[in-house]
Design a protein around this ligand. Sequence first.
Ligand code: FAD
Length: 109
Amino acid sequence: PPDVERLGRHTWTFLHTTVSYFAPQPTPHQKSSMLGLLNALPTLYPCGSCAGHLRDYMKSDPPERAVEQGREALELWLCKVHNEVNQRLGKDEFDCATVPQRWREGWPD
Ligand code: FAD
């Protein structure tokens, strides 16, 4: 089975980076592609218990409205998803106001 920590770190990098470069005003094709990517995770993510938790979470907080609204709303949505996992694993909560610096602009020196 995959190394769940390493898989997680790299998956979060991919997801947060992809969401940070999502269009501020996405086209219908961009919206449906993003929803396809996110909604596939509970089925395809190769850590079964992680995928199960994610499925439950996404039932109560689905990504459709955030995808409809574009980059900024989706950055916040994904930050909340990740914070829910952080909380479950006893990790620190991440300040969602800093997502653009962390994943797109880079931290100031
Ligand atoms: P990670 O949590 O991997 O975070 C990487 C970096 O992202 C951090 O260093 C920080 O800079 C940034 N970051 C942290 N929080 C946020 C946030 N809220 N928003 C934006 N950026 C942030 N592991 C399990 O053991 N059980 C699970 O059920 C589980 N479910 C998972 C579900 C998904 C969808 C994913 C992608 C991963 C899951 N993992 C799970 C793995 C877990 O979340 C971590 O990736 C792993 O434990 C390594 O943690 P880390 O401390 O290196 O930092």
